[in-house]
Each structure stands twice: as C-alpha cells, then as structure tokens.
Design a binder for this molecule. Sequence first.
Ligand code: GTP
Ligand code: MG
Length: 274
Amino acid sequence: MKCGYVAVLGLPNAGKSSLVNRLVGEEVAIVSKRIQTTRNNILGICNGKNFQIVFIDTPGIHHSKNKLDRFMMKNVRNAITTADVILYLVDSGKIVSDEEKDYIKMLKSKAEKVIVVLTKSDKKAVADVSGDISISVKENKNLDKLINLIVEKLPTGDAIFDEDEYTDKSIKFLVCEHIRGRLLDILDNEIPHGIAVVCEKLEEKEIVKMDILIILEKERHKGIVIGKGGKNLKEIGISARKYAENLFGKKVNIQLLVKVDENWRNNNISEYGY
Ligand SMILES: Nc1nc2c(ncn2[C@@H]2O[C@H](COP(=O)(O)OP(=O)(O)OP(=O)(O)O)[C@@H](O)[C@H]2O)c(=O)[nH]1
Ligand SMILES: [Mg+2]
C-alpha cells in the first residue's frame, strides 16, 4: 500500500484548506475568503483502495509580525520536515511575485517530492508560473489526476491511521474553529485576524456542555461581535450547536462568552491553544 504525509503549502488564500476538505470528504479545516484563515497544521486523511494520504493543511506562508505569525510559520516548517510529498499551491488568478517564484524554485531544487499545483483554474489565468497540474475545487477539475500524481510519489508501507479516522483534531478544536469560521464570515472587514476561540470547559454526560470563550483585541469589537440585541452571538451559537451535535452524536449545550485581551497575539498565544 502507498502511504505517507503530504504537506499542502502556499500563500494565504491559495485554496489549501478547500482542497484538503474536498479530498478528505469532511470539513477538517475552516475556509474563508480572508487571508490567514488556517493557524495550525491540521491532518486530513484520505483513504483509497491502495493508498492512504495524510494531508497536512498548513497556515499560508507570510512574513511574521507577531508571536502568532511565528507560531504559524513554525507549523509550516514542521510540515515540510514531516512530509513525504509537498504540494505547493498557487492561485492561478493572482499575479505571482518574484519572491514567490524564488521560493518555488528553491523548493523544486531541493527534492523530487514537490508538486506545484495551480489552483482555481475556473478563474481567469494570471499566474505566470508553470505548474505540474492545474485544478479547480469549485468545478471538481483534475482532482483524481492530482491524487494519482501524489500516490506515485508516496512510499510503500502500512496505513498510518485507522480507516475511520479523518483528522488528528479533537471535536473540541473543530467546534472552536467552526465558531472562528462563522465569525470570519459575518464580521467582514471589521475585525480581521484578532480573534481566538477556546473551549474552557467540556463536560460530556447524556448532554454535552461546552463553555467557549471568544477572545477579541479591542473593547469596541465586543459590540460588533455580539451584534444588535445579541443577534450575531445567537446565530453563531445555533450554528455551533448543530455542528457539535452532529460530531458528538448527542445533544449539546454551548455557552458563548466574549473577552477582551489586547495584544494577545504577542503575549498570550499559548493560553489560547497556539
Ligand atoms: N473560484 C474558486 N475559488 C476557490 C477554489 N478553491 C478555493 N477557493 C476559494 O478561495 C478562498 C480561500 O480558500 P481557503 O481554502 O480558505 O484558502 P487557504 O489557502 O486555506 O487560506 P489560508 O488558510 O488563509 O492560508 C475561499 O474563498 C475559497 O472558497 C476554486 O477552485 N475556485
Ligand atoms: Mg487554510
């Protein structure tokens, strides 16, 4: 059997998480139109007849401005070290900078294990780099071909994970990420990257009880997040409960709390799970 780790790298917004979710067939990572959505490496497992691909979805590569950024880039370096195969994703609808071209060259010169993937082929092509394959998650284009390219490069060995596993992340993590994803959706440009979501208490009996904390950087963000008459928080709570009930397979009660912690991205990242 062909098995191994496949790191999925690229700039923020290149389409990494969308691809991993599609090939895994589950939502293991949140997706948004914003940059720097993914913050941790997330494993997504794709089982086939004669293969097991363990994708490592990574944060988008960017210049670090704070501790959280540095944590994210450390995740990327770890993924590169672990990987048997590296997918480097380039958004075909975007102009490629010289810096990115140099990075791709450097990756390619290092190993045979790199596959350059042009993503979003449904968009007008602008990127002037040659890829090994061009795909569209939106239109389901060339995804089988990509799997074949990956499997060719994987080592032979035993499966790494049980067939019924599809991620390394806990339900707790997935629920918090779901909430962060919903916040990214509804908050638009008002509060970009300053949000963290952590589960402070999880009690699993006949009913699951979760106390979940939403951390913001500014006092004035509180009202925006909570919404008029608590509208946003209520909506997010309902969405999170449904999502969690599906994963736990039982009734879930979620208590959402909002807290301000200025500059947490430089001080307290470990408190919030980073
Ligand atoms: N048109 C088009 N849009 C896509 C496609 N794949 C992903 N997108 C969109 O691209 C945006 C970014 O997708 P993500 O999967 O979150 O990108 P990412 O590389 O994981 O981003 P970060 O986590 O921020 O690094 C989202 O709005 C997706 O819906 C595609 O095949 N076609
Ligand atoms: Mg992502």
